[in-house]
Design a protein around this ligand. Structure first.
Ligand SMILES: O=C(O)CCC(=O)C(=O)O
Length: 255
């Protein structure tokens, strides 16, 4: 087992686990280079989203927006290094301890918060977007830069995975909003991580990242894992579709 029983129990009770470093310096360096190249290309091709503006904003509006919460979906379909990362044995060992030995990809996404202009990702439960059944998906969120509260480390509400809450569509951004009253922000825990560190969270855990108020960028990559047999509607609740192609590969199977 890669996780101790204590860590597994902590995850079951709280819906998240701060694991700490899982990638070596050289792996982080390589992924950062590839990440930056993919974001530069995506800007040129207009194939990324700025979640801080509404979904129909054009390229200029995305560029000029005072807040930048940049997202590339399915990095694994664009870049071999990120595709290989999905099969990283160290990461899959952690996931296996939480959802068992049969593991499929739901999808992946890169989230970039530039220094100073990096916007927030509002409090949400991932499964409010995904509507997967059973709601047993696990995410591994990897920090490619040191992440602390001020540059947008992950914040979570312990225990919130036990109950889905109502979310509504934000009018000004491409994000779902929690209903303010349903999140007791006093309970929030900030999961600070070093570059190359990861945290795991359940698909119903309420989480949030604040705007980046520092001079340090915050790059992150999230892999969302599911058990075979998980069903999901073809589009997310905000109308977004997972691009076809690589789709939902089996990452580990024990027959
Ligand atoms: O990286 C971020 O700022 C947000 C990440 C997130 O919401 C997620 O991984 O589900």
């Amino acid at each position: 087992m890669a996780l101790t029983q204590k860590q597994i129990d902590f995850f079951s009770e709280n819906g998240y686990l701060s694991y700490g470093r899982i990638l070596e310096d050289a792996e982080v360096e390589l992924l950062r280079r590839e990440y930056d190249a993919e974001f530069a290309k995506a800007w040129r091709e207009d194939s990324l989203r700025n979640l801080a503006v509404s979904a129909d904003a054009d390229l200029e509006a995305k560029r000029q927006a005072p807040q930048q919460m940049l997202q590339i979906m399915q990095m694994c379909e664009r870049n071999m290094h990120f595709r290989r990362l999905l099969y990283n044995e160290r990461i899959l060992d952690l996931v296996q301890d939480l959802i068992g030995p049969n593991i499929m990809l739901f999808h992946d996404q890169a989230f970039s918060k530039p220094a100073r202009t990096g916007g927030a990702v509002f409090w949400h439960q991932d499964n409010a977007y995904w509507k997967c059944r059973p709601a047993t998906l696990i995410s591994c969120w990897l920090a490619l830069d040191d992440a602390d509260k001020d540059n947008g480390a992950m914040q979570v509400i312990p225990g919130s995975h036990l109950k889905p809450v109502w979310h509504e569509q934000s009018e000004s951004t491409d994000l779902l909003l929690d209903s303010e009253s349903q999140v007791d922000k006093d309970q929030a825990v900030v999961v600070e991580l070093p570059a190359g560190g990861c945290m795991l969270h359940h698909c119903q855990t309420l989480h949030y990242t604040q705007p980046n108020t520092t001079d340090r960028q915050r790059r992150a990559f999230a892999i969302h894992f599911m058990q075979p047999g998980t069903s999901s509607p073809p589009t997310f609740s905000n109308g977004q579709t997972i691009r076809a192609g690589f789709n939902h590969p089996v990452l580990r199977m024990s027959i």
